[in-house]
Design a protein around this ligand. Structure first.
Ligand code: CUA
Length: 327
């Protein structure tokens, strides 16, 4: 029984490695590439040395004393016990430093994006060259491919950790401190990130997506995102917008182009264009949006948004449809 459970666990953990959206073994850029190589060097090197130690221990335990005389030799102890570890560890240290130096190359980045960790979602600001906020988003970061992007990492409440395994190593977001690092994506794709520092009840549901796009596509996307929200033209969507404003959603959320200007929660100006809601928890569609509005405390207990259980079905559908239409 124990054997079977162990086998299932091993197979499951191996299969989880097949996920290419969030895997340090599927690097999507030069930084993750280096981290992967470093990991393999350390893992294989450590494995070989571990094997050597096990073999020597077995010899010491099971081989007859007269046949392992060579082990008590002073030169054997000096070479294998002192010289070998000193050389190996020094070489690995120098190699590690060299790799790390390549990860923080100077020069000006193509784009700077500020990401603020909140309990439990990600506030995203696209900055201009002067560091002024030009565009606000949440839980999804779009970047152009082939160029280093600088991430300015902050936290609003507790320590979070920003980690996109397929693109780079993790870096903590610490309240009162600004951490900066860079990475690039080689090819267009969707890379999943996850908060990597326990930050409270919903730490596990604090994910996000990095969407890497061809530079031209990125420019087009950016130009569309800086526009205010589209004005609804259909009856249901017009009702949805009215209900959204009447129910006080605008006290916590911004929808640019409408009176909704709260900054406590995620900016919803183009929420319908994002892959997920609730920080990577559900795909964005009318159903999940309606479910989230009516039962957010059931779906992600402890988050700052109250459940709006007072809304009737058609009202809920109208608000959800309005939000989904904000592409
Ligand atoms: Cu944020 Cu864990």
């Amino acid at each position: 029984m124990v054997f079977r459970v162990t086998l299932v666990l091993i197979v499951l953990s191996l299969l989880s490695g097949c996920n290419t959206q969030q895997s340090a073994f599927h690097p999507g850029g030069p930084h993750a590439d280096r981290v992967e190589t470093l990991s393999w060097v350390l893992f294989i090197g450590g494995g070989l040395i571990f094997l050597l130690v096990i073999v020597l221990t077995a010899i010491a335990m099971f081989v007859a004393p007269e046949r392992r005389q060579w082990m008590t030799n002073r030169r054997f102890i000096i070479w294998l016990g002192i010289v070998f570890p000193v050389i190996t560890l020094t070489a690995l240290l120098v190699y590690g430093f060299t790799v790390a130096r390549h990860l923080v190359r100077p020069g000006s980045p193509a784009l700077r994006i500020e990401v603020v960790g909140e309990m439990w979602w990600w506030r995203v600001h696209y900055l201009d060259a002067q560091g002024t906020q030009r565009l606000v988003s949440a839980n999804e970061i779009r970047i152009p491919t082939g160029q280093p992007i600088e991430f300015v990492l902050k936290a609003e409440d507790v320590i979070h950790s920003f980690w996109v395994p397929s693109l780079a190593g993790k870096l903590d977001m610490i309240p009162g401190r600004t951490n900066v690092y860079r990475f690039a994506a080689d090819r267009p794709g969707i890379y999943r990130g996850q908060c990597a520092e326990y930050c409270g009840d919903q730490h596990a549901l604090m994910a996000f997506y990095v969407v890497a796009m061809e530079p031209n596509d990125f420019e087009a996307w950016y130009a569309a995102q800086v526009q205010p929200a589209a004005e609804p033209m259909v009856t249901q969507l017009i009702q949805g917008k009215e209900l959204f404003l009447q129910n006080g959603c605008g006290a916590c959320h911004v929808v640019r182009g409408t009176p909704a200007n709260g900054i406590l929660g995620p900016d919803l100006t183009h929420v319908g264009s994002r892959l997920s809601i609730a920080a990577g928890t559900y795909p964005t569609n009318v159903g999940t949006l309606a479910g989230w509005i009516s039962s957010s405390q059931h779906l992600k207990p402890g988050n700052l948004m109250p459940s709006f259980g007072n809304l009737r079905g058609e009202e809920l559908r109208a608000i959800a449809a309005y939000l989904e239409s904000l592409k």
